[in-house]
Design a binder for this molecule. Sequence first.
Ligand code: HEM
Length: 233
Amino acid sequence: MVTELAPPRRSAVRRFWASTIGKKAVMAVTGVLLLAFVLAHMVGNLKTFLGAAELNHYAGWLRTIGEPVLRREWFLWLQRAVLLVALVLHVTAAVQLARRDLRARPVRYVHRRPRASFAVRTMRWGGATLAVFVVWHILDFTVGTVNRDFVAGDPYHNLVADFRVWWVNVIYLVALAMLGLHIHHGFTSAARTLGVARPRRERAIKILGSTTAVAVAGGYALVPVAIMTGLVH
Ligand code: HEM
């Protein structure tokens, strides 16, 4: 008697991750989480305009969140772990979806593959640029290895020292433009995936996405621009 072997059963989580909509949902949810951090970080950075004491006090407070239930910096490390997992999932899903997209066509193109749309290309290249920027940025302000005059525990000093150098401003302003474009396109995609973007709301979501993108890129840019122009010193 021949018994047919049942195909191996995959867990619901694996099936979800293997599906295109599952990966898109992971991208959308992790994107929202990363955006929440980006918004909070931007508001914190604006404390630069209130002076060294305010900004440094705020940076110190970040290390004491949750005390005395948590010990010093535990919250910070928890936040770092959550952000890292979110980022890895976001990037992995993006790369796998892009590959799936390329493989989706069963017949090879005779001449050349048509170019992906502008939005798709900016998401891919912009996303890769942002990943490199985040590594640079952590070496700049958290670890201090690429900052010319890093003083541990004095972010105000580190910001002023850094943004006096013209090419550092170029790095940051280019990264912020990429971040703006990424949010601009990503916002609508995430809203569609999460089922928020009903036809009636499409326009409102587009406006909200563009406004958030401009506010984030512009809000972050205020600090380097103010230091570069000598307004903050
Ligand atoms: C002009 C723009 C920006 C300025 C002035 C700035 C400033 C800073 C400073 C001073 C720190 C160190 C904070 C501390 O040690 O207390 C920091 C950390 C960090 N920033 Fe930014 N930032 C900017 C843009 C960004 C952007 C666009 C992102 C993400 C896309 C980002 C992500 C981070 C991360 C992940 C950390 C590390 C936090 C940690 O130590 O756990 N920053 N930033």
